[in-house]
Structure formats: structure tokens, C-alpha cells
Design a protein around this ligand. Structure first.
Ligand SMILES: [Zn+2]
Length: 109
């Protein structure tokens, strides 16, 4: 059974969270919100559209490094996506498909 960290929304096999090191983790349930991916704003809009089309509910959390937004502007802002555990495999497949193509396109430049 996979474990779940309520702080990070991570799902993992170890006894403690690989992200924050928290030990008081519990078994994941289908209704847990799980960390899916972190993307720049530009890509997050695209991903949000696809998830909506596929009927996968999700929540977004904006990530701002202190002082980073002032220096580099809002385009450097990143967005974290969380989906329900029962839809995590489906959503992961979408992310993989979307962003493996994006990486290939970058390589052509
Ligand atoms: Zn954690």
C-alpha cells in the first residue's frame, strides 16, 4: 500500500515522505489530493485546459520564490497541480504525453 503525506500531497512507497521527511504519513485513499506536477504559468494554462476536457478535477497552487517574481516577472511563476489519487494515473499519463512532446519541440530549436 502506498503512503501519503498530507503536507506535500506526495504518494510514495517509503516509510517517510521523500519531499519533507515527515514520518507521520498514512495510507493513501482514493479521495486524497495528490501532487501531479509543477509547471510554469504558460504550460499550466494548457494543462488545465486538457484536464478540464478530460473531466479530471484538479486544484492549483501558485508557487512563488521570495523576491523571484519581482526580478523575473510573472512568467517565472510556477503552478503546482493536485488531483485525486484515483485519477492520478490518468492525469500522470496526460502530463507525460503533453510535456514529452513539449520537450521534443524544444530540442528542434
Ligand atoms: Zn511531505
Amino acid at each position: 500500500m502506498e503512503q501519503y503525506c498530507e503536507v506535500c500531497g506526495r504518494v510514495f512507497d517509503e516509510k517517510r515522505c521523500p519531499k519533507c521527511g515527515r514520518k507521520s504519513v498514512r495510507s493513501v485513499t482514493p479521495d486524497d489530493l495528490c501532487f501531479l506536477t509543477e509547471q510554469e504559468v504558460l504550460w499550466s494554462d494548457m494543462l488545465a485546459d486538457v484536464l478540464k476536457q478530460e473531466g479530471i478535477p484538479f486544484t492549483q497552487k501558485k508557487v512563488l520564490g521570495a523576491g523571484l517574481a519581482i526580478k523575473t516577472g510573472p512568467m517565472r511563476e510556477r503552478v503546482r497541480f493536485f488531483v485525486f489519487y484515483r485519477q492520478l494515473p490518468e492525469a500522470s499519463a496526460i502530463v507525460e504525453e503533453l510535456f514529452s512532446q513539449a520537450e521534443e519541440a524544444d530540442g528542434d530549436l
